[in-house]
Design a protein around this ligand. Structure first.
Ligand SMILES: O=P(O)(O)OC[C@H]1O[C@H](OP(=O)(O)OP(=O)(O)O)[C@H](O)[C@@H]1O
Ligand SMILES: O=c1cc[nH]c(=O)[nH]1
Ligand SMILES: [Mg+2]
Length: 212
């Protein structure tokens, strides 16, 4: 897996306010939305395009547009939904599929409770959205799901990642053939005993949806 940390002062600035426990839910949501648009710029560098003929008021020219089949954006419910609008602003014609996954707070195992994805993802480029990569269990399960259905190029976008989780994803997907890229806003210090990212931002789902 290729790991890209989007190293930019605007991203670090917005992440600082996102982390701050004093940041209220509406501001948290807005910052998550803004951050994903910045991360999407890096994450879509290799989005597939095809030539497209147009005429400007001055001359005929060849431009590009998104190739078909269109990319698939997959937010992982619940917290990944907070990144969907920002991503769709960047890729307005992409298709959206949903995966509902939740971590068991004791065992930290990821459990899939909802799947609304196309059955056939043959040759599809997929963008997985989840703000947090902690132990990595959720991302491994989500990526395996997509690969089993034929996805041939997968980019995960996270706002924060833990070093232990990145290592686990590398090891857990070592046998997976399609190229996998992780674009993240920052790699934090570590996980704590409860599997939370340190310093992190707390529970992303709770902070996005006002459960405190
Ligand atoms: O890397 P992992 O250890 O698997 O943890 C990361 C997952 O935990 C959070 O979701 P959570 O299970 O809290 O569900 P939620 O989005 O509904 O809050 C987060 O949004 C990731 O999906
Ligand atoms: O720090 C963490 C780890 C998992 N899920 C979260 O929402 N936050
Ligand atoms: Mg949660």
């Amino acid at each position: 897996m290729r790991v890209l940390v989007a190293d930019h002062p605007l991203i670090a600035h917005k992440l600082t306010y996102l982390r701050d426990r004093r940041t209220d839910t509406p501001t948290f949501r807005r910052l998550a939305d803004e951050l994903v648009t910045l991360l999407a710029y890096e994450a879509t560098r290799e989005v597939r395009v095809s030539p497209f003929e147009i005429e400007t008021p001055v001359a005929a020219t060849t431009g590009i547009h998104l190739a078909t089949p269109k990319p698939l954006v997959v937010p992982i419910l619940r917290a990944g939904l907070g990144m969907l609008d920002g991503m769709m602003r960047m890729l307005p014609t992409a298709e959206v599929g949903f995966l509902g996954m939740v971590r068991n707070e004791e065992t930290l195992e990821a459990h899939t409770y909802a799947n609304r994805l196309p059955d056939d993802l043959d040759r599809r480029q997929c963008y997985v959205l989840d703000p947090m990569l902690a132990t990595g269990g959720t991302l491994i399960a989500a990526i395996r799901f997509l690969v089993e259905r034929g996805a041939d190029d997968i980019t995960a976008i996270t706002l924060l990642s833990a070093p232990e989780g990145i290592e686990k994803v590398q090891a857990g997907l070592a046998d997976v053939e399609p190229p996998i890229t992780l674009v993240t806003g920052a790699i934090d210090e570590r996980l704590n005993e409860q599997g939370y990212i340190v310093p992190g931002l707390g529970d992303a789902g709770d902070r996005l949806y006002g459960v405190v």
